[in-house]
Write a protein that binds this ligand. Structure first.
Ligand code: SAM
Ligand code: DTB
Ligand code: SF4
Length: 331
């Protein structure tokens, strides 16, 4: 008997209160609902694989309290140059050989200068030519920049809301939540798919987590790709000393993302090493259907590809082919 009286899927705008009510469901009811929604829109045994590369590491002007790459904190990372296009293309080719279908290039910038964008445009063009989906995360965009990226063949732009708008100023003071929305609007207007999610475990309340999910789900349309990151504590950053979040709260967050954004790919992102296999398995059950694949994220470690292949074998999961979604959708 299904003891949950609420409907299995609710369309339309999500309020913080409605998402809080999902979080408050008994765990089994929440996971059951999320798994049911997942099966309506996707093959539940397919997972999309994205590989990340930091193409410009460190020395960022912004003060994001979680970030290893902010120049304001002594995290032991120096400022590196922008990688050469050839170096990036080699790494992308290896990622494709390893089984990734999307290649995501990250830069530690507040936003790209037009000169920097020339090189990134070339990277996008060449990575796309390998037959990979392309994604970049470069910070805030200025008018015209999204169009240049689109013309080069960019499929996705990653720009996270990171946390609920009510908590944003506690974590970042050098730019505003509204600036993030402005860049997301430019990305949409240029016809690029949106990759937008957030981080949990930064000392925020459950209400803030519910606000983040509600704000993501209320983007119109919701992001095609939703990375859910567990904070990776970086020594030297203001958030390094906070308390650990219960991993089951991470699973609940994945489930809430799945229910509120039924046709989006929900990506189990930073923090997988710390979550372990059993919690990751619960996340896949709760509707996560994408991961970062490869032994590095941007500056920190990720499970080895071999370990992920063994986990997939244990769970009977298969990598998703490019554009492998089962039902018609927006991405
Ligand atoms: N500078 C660009 C920006 O801020 O959008 C792109 C790079 S930034 C590192 C990309 C995302 O990585 C952030 O929005 C955040 O969600 C995630 N991230 C960064 N550091 C993290 C950490 N220590 N733990 C979890 N997620 C993190
Ligand atoms: C996202 O949401 N998570 C990725 C990607 N988008 C760019 C980055 C995670 C970074 C984790 C910390 C690090 O490696 O520096
Ligand atoms: Fe890190 Fe991006 Fe913030 Fe810069 S803007 S400190 S790279 S999260």
């Amino acid at each position: 008997m299904n003891t949950s009286t609420a409907p299995v899927e609710v369309a339309g705008d999500w309020t913080t209160e409605a998402v809080e009510a999902l979080y408050a469901l008994p765990f089994n009811d929440l996971i059951y609902r999320a798994a049911s929604v997942h099966r309506q829109h996707f093959d539940p045994n397919r997972v999309q694989l994205s590989t990340l590369l930091s193409v410009k590491t460190g020395g960022c002007s912004e003060d994001c309290g979680y970030c290893a790459q902010s120049a304001r904190y002594d995290t032991g990372l120096g400022r590196e140059r922008l990688l050469d296009v050839a170096e990036v293309v080699e790494t992308a080719r290896a990622a494709k050989t390893g089984g990734a279908t999307r290649f995501c290039m990250g830069a530690a910038w507040r936003g790209p200068k037009d000169r920097d964008l020339d090189a990134v445009v070339e990277m996008v063009r060449e990575v796309k030519a390998l037959g990979l989906e392309t994604c970049v995360t470069l910070g805030m965009l200025r008018p015209g920049q999204a169009e240049r990226l689109k013309a080069a063949g960019l499929d996705y732009y990653n720009h996270n809301l990171d946390t609920g708008s009510g908590f944003y100023g506690e974590v970042i003071t050098t730019h505003r939540h509204a600036d993030r929305l402005d860049t997301l609007a430019q990305v949409r207007a240029a016809g690029i798919h949106v990759c937008c999610g957030g981080i949990i475990g930064m000392g925020e309340s459950r209400r803030v987590r519910a606000q983040l999910i509600a704000e993501l789900a209320s983007l119109d349309p919701p992001p095609e790709s939703v990375p859910i990151n567990m904070l990776v504590k970086i020594p030297g950053t203001p958030l390094a000393a906070g308390e650990d979040l219960d991993p089951l709260e991470f699973v609940r967050t994945v489930a809430c993302a799945r229910i509120t954004m039924p046709t989006s790919h929900v990506r189990l992102s930073a923090g997988r090493r710390e979550l372990g296999e059993a919690v990751q398995a619960l996340c896949f059950l709760a509707g996560a259907n994408s991961i970062f694949y490869g032994d590095r994220l941007l500056t920190t470690g990720n499970p080895e590809a071999d370990a992920d292949r063994r986990l997939f074998d244990k769970l009977g999961l298969k990598p998703e082919p490019v554009q492998g979604r089962r039902c018609a959708g927006t991405d």
